[in-house]
Design a protein around this ligand. Structure first.
Ligand SMILES: CC(C)(COP(=O)(O)OP(=O)(O)OC[C@H]1O[C@@H](n2cnc3c(N)ncnc32)[C@H](O)[C@@H]1OP(=O)(O)O)[C@@H](O)C(=O)NCCC(=O)NCCS
Length: 239
């Protein structure tokens, strides 16, 4: 297994608003809003489908209670650590997807890490791109605070790593996808992310324990920061 070096850095992170004061995000075809406990039945129809949950660590929900428990991570008091949304079709009001962050420090690279999934009958219609583009815009509009975090060294560029003690780095939003997940890779590219690292490591999914997975990591930076780090072709080892 590849060893990846972690580096302590100074950067910024968003100040997450409490769930009740999170703005809805409206796009031409979607209403993206924070989850509520009353969403459990609709969310269950999404989370119980194997194709939807193929890349999630725990796999599909078996019971309504599994789905209700999954919401516990997102609702108060845990909303201070998560920034997660449900995605509804504007014209039908149907819940068709979900996406956001389960934690401010992502388990793969240390940076905040986004995930998402949609009902199979909606795939290929541009909803993934529409959601991700709007989410990213919302993410960078949140107020920021100074922070010190540990990140994967490969998620920094050479200039940022130069400083010996606690280098500072431009904040990134990252995503990790299986290399074979072409749909996910494509929506990341279309929403302003750039691939910067590929690796083989233990498959993070419970059902594939003991197996290896080939993953690719993507990053994006706030608008206007592209020439100062993560999003810059000049600085980052783009693959
Ligand atoms: C990955 C996922 C979110 C993509 O959402 P989507 O709504 O189908 O994406 P879009 O319709 O916006 O497609 C965007 C682009 O990806 C391409 N694409 C989508 N699915 C694809 C696939 N399976 N293979 C190849 N290309 C694909 C589309 O053709 C489109 O490219 P184009 O604009 O150049 O034609 C969706 O397939 C999904 O929910 N999958 C299951 C969960 C999952 O994989 N989550 C991500 C884990 S990292």
């Amino acid at each position: 297994m590849e060893q990846r070096k972690r580096v302590k850095i100074r950067t910024t992170l968003p100040i997450l608003p409490p769930i009740e004061s999170r703005d809805e995000i409206h796009t031409p075809r979607l209403i993206i809003r924070a989850p509520r406990i009353s969403d459990v039945p609709a969310l269950h129809t999404l989370r119980s489908q194997p194709e939807v949950m193929k890349y999630s660590s725990k796999g599909p929900d078996k019971t309504l209670e599994d789905t209700r428990r999954s919401l516990d991570d997102l609702l108060p008091p845990n909303d201070s650590k998560t920034y997660y949304f449900l995605i509804f079709q504007r014209d039908t009001g149907d819940l068709i997807g979900r996406g956001g962050l389960h934690g401010i420090s992502g388990r793969t690279l240390g940076w905040p890490e986004i995930g998402y999934s949609f009902k199979p009958e909606t795939w290929g219609k541009g909803y993934g791109t529409e959601f991700l583009t709007a989410f990213v815009q919302n993410w960078w509009s949140l107020p920021r605070r100074e922070a010190e975090i540990e990140v994967d060294a490969t998620a920094l560029d050479a200039q940022e790593l130069e400083s010996e003690v606690s280098p500072s780095a431009v904040e990134r939003l990252v995503a990790a996808a299986d290399v074979n997940n072409l749909g996910s890779r494509r929506i990341l590219e279309k929403s302003g992310f750039m691939a910067f690292r590929e690796w083989t490591g233990p498959d993070p999914r419970e059902a594939y324990k003991g197996q290896q997975a080939r993953m690719v990591a993507f990053a994006c930076v706030a608008p206007g920061q592209e020439t100062r780090g993560g999003g810059s072709k000049n600085n980052m080892s783009i693959i």
